[in-house]
Design a protein around this ligand. Structure first.
Ligand code: 1HE
Length: 268
């Protein structure tokens, strides 16, 4: 079992029996700004979680804001050289790639500010849930900075490059239904984004781990491939996943008419 005492800026709760872990950004007085220490903790946690039995992970935050992005005070104090900051960015990429490619579903419960590097972190998760307080922005442009945590890849992928460029040039803020419509999050809830994240994590954790591994790793890898290579990789992954013994049991349940059928949502 993971030594939970090793985390200072994260809180880790592994107590649920279904393997749903809750990882909470825990620097609320700094609006969960990401300093170098927090990035190292994220790397450690998300590198080890897949082989330590996590079946799904809810990424939450303490306080009113999900994450204020790069720790600007640390960055100011450190007075980094270009090479120093390049290495900082490489550690951010390491952390966020572990989230996106780790093979365990990561569901982000968003609230308040999801800005700059906070949006880069959120965009590495597989599912994003916004509540009424959530707002998204890329204030780097106004701070004299540039994104360094993968936004040029993931945020541009979510919203398209024209919207990302507008967000950075003009400081545009997205929230509410508009944020959903442009792809910044998949869900907007009236109540608590955390409660919805737990509900979805419970659902995802009930899938077979190997199937979730493919969903939360292979699809991202395939996006980086040519169509020809992606089709080949898809066949190989499906060959492994779709013949796993546990899938046979689920197919048998379908054949025996004991498995749930796919039905439309109930209408009011
Ligand atoms: C911080 C940070 C931070 C707050 N680094 N310390 N990100 C930004 O440009 C966002 C900057 N932050 C804000 O705009 C606001 O703080 C918030 C909208 C997030 C929250 O506002 P508010 O009124 O609740 O809090 P506050 O009074 O601004 O800040 C409270 C404390 O958090 C204060 O510290 P204190 O010691 O004076 O109490 C702030 O200094 C601290 N704080 N945000 C450090 N970001 C790999 S490249 C990525 C590029 C980027 O991410 S650029 C950063 C973009």
């Amino acid at each position: 079992m993971l030594n939970v005492a090793q985390y200072t800026n994260l809180d880790l709760d592994t107590s649920r029996e279904n393997g749903v872990w809750v990882v909470t950004l825990n620097r609320p007085t700094k609006r969960n700004a990401l300093d170098a220490a927090t990035i190292e903790e994220l790397i450690e946690l998300f590198s080890t979680a897949p082989r330590r039995g996590a079946r799904a992970i809810v990424l939450a935050a303490s306080g009113d804001h999900f994450c204020a992005g790069l720790d600007l005070i640390e960055h100011h104090k450190e007075d980094r050289s270009p090479a120093d900051f390049m290495h900082v960015c490489l550690r951010w990429h390491e952390a966020f790639n572990k989230i996106e490619y780790g093979g365990v579903p990561v569901i982000a419960a968003l609230k308040g500010a999801v800005v700059g590097g906070g949006l880069e972190l959120a965009s590495a998760a597989h599912v994003r849930i916004a509540d009424a307080s959530t707002y998204f922005a890329l204030p780097e442009g106004q701070r004299g900075l540039f994104t360094g945590g993968g936004a040029t890849i993931r945020v541009a992928d979510l919203v398209g490059k024209a919207r990302m460029i507008d967000m950075m040039l003009t400081g545009r803020v997205y929230q509410g239904q508009e944020a959903i419509d442009i792809g910044l999050a998949q869900y907007l809830v009236e109540g608590s984004s955390f409660d919805k994240a737990m509900e979805l994590a419970d659902r995802a954790a009930a899938n077979l781990p190997l199937t979730n591994f493919a969903i939360c790793s292979a699809i991202s890898h395939m996006q980086n491939m040519s169509a020809l290579d992606a089709a080949y990789a898809e066949a190989v992954v499906a060959g492994v996943v779709n013949t796993q013994p546990a899938a046979r049991e689920r197919l048998e349940a379908f054949a025996n008419k004991t498995a749930a059928r796919v039905r439309p949502n109930a209408t009011a």
